[in-house]
Design a protein around this ligand. Structure first.
Ligand code: FMN
Length: 190
């Protein structure tokens, strides 16, 4: 699904996040998702370490993810209410496509960990831009599941960390713009 977002300046100035719970079909096809991830991987990284990776969670694996999240929440927060558990399950079922981005740093490298983690953030941002260029909206969430060791262990292993759950799909209505930072306070001359 390609549209006028393919002009780079239009793409950069029109991309905004969609709330994952409001993203429906169509989502990217398997081939589109592969193309989006290939673009996301074109990300600066000091030392050519590619200190990140992408794990896709297909529709037929969402229920398994829901169970993983509910089990992790019960184990980590025994006081979690039925509502909390339902919300954890619902998290897993949002949007037609889901990519879990992992920060996969190499601790043995001379490249500082900070730089490797910055690159993981940049790859995630690139993923959102690539999805937008293909005509889809994305939403980057972390929340407690990104900080749960149980959830992390289901996707990778320490020192890997979940950089984000990136949900992709089509918004049911045009996305509202949100206030953007005041450039006057953001940019200064040194
Ligand atoms: C690392 C990271 C984690 C985020 N986690 C959440 C989250 O858990 N819940 C949430 O509502 N927004 C979260 N956000 C914010 C949204 O992804 C998004 O930035 C915001 O809705 C507006 O995005 P836009 O500037 O792309 O329109 C997160 C953003 C980042 C960068």
């Amino acid at each position: 699904m390609f549209n006028d977002q393919s002009s780079p300046l239009t793409a950069l100035s029109t991309r905004r996040s969609g709330k994952p719970r409001d993203l429906g079909g169509p989502g990217p096809s398997e081939a589109e998702l592969a193309a989006i991830l290939a673009l996301a991987a074109r990300t600066p990284d000091h030392g050519k370490l590619a200190p990140w990776r992408f794990v896709t969670v297909a529709a037929d694996r969402r229920e398994a993810l829901a169970t993983l999240l509910a089990d992790a929440l019960s184990a980590e927060k025994p006081e979690a209410s039925a509502l909390d558990l339902a919300a954890a399950r619902q998290f897993a079922h949002q949007a037609p496509a889901l990519v879990v981005v992992l920060s996969s740093p190499r601790p043995d490298s001379h490249i500082p960990l900070f730089e490797q983690e910055l690159s993981a953030g940049a790859a995630t941002m690139n993923l959102l831009h690539a999805a937008h260029a293909h005509g889809y909206a994305g939403g980057w969430l972390t929340g407690w599941p990104a900080y749960s060791e149980r959830v992390r262990d289901a996707f990778g292993q320490a020192p890997e960390r979940i950089a984000g759950f990136v949900f992709l799909g089509t918004p049911s209505r045009p996305l509202d713009e949100r206030p953007r930072p005041d450039m006057g306070t953001l940019v200064s001359a040194w």
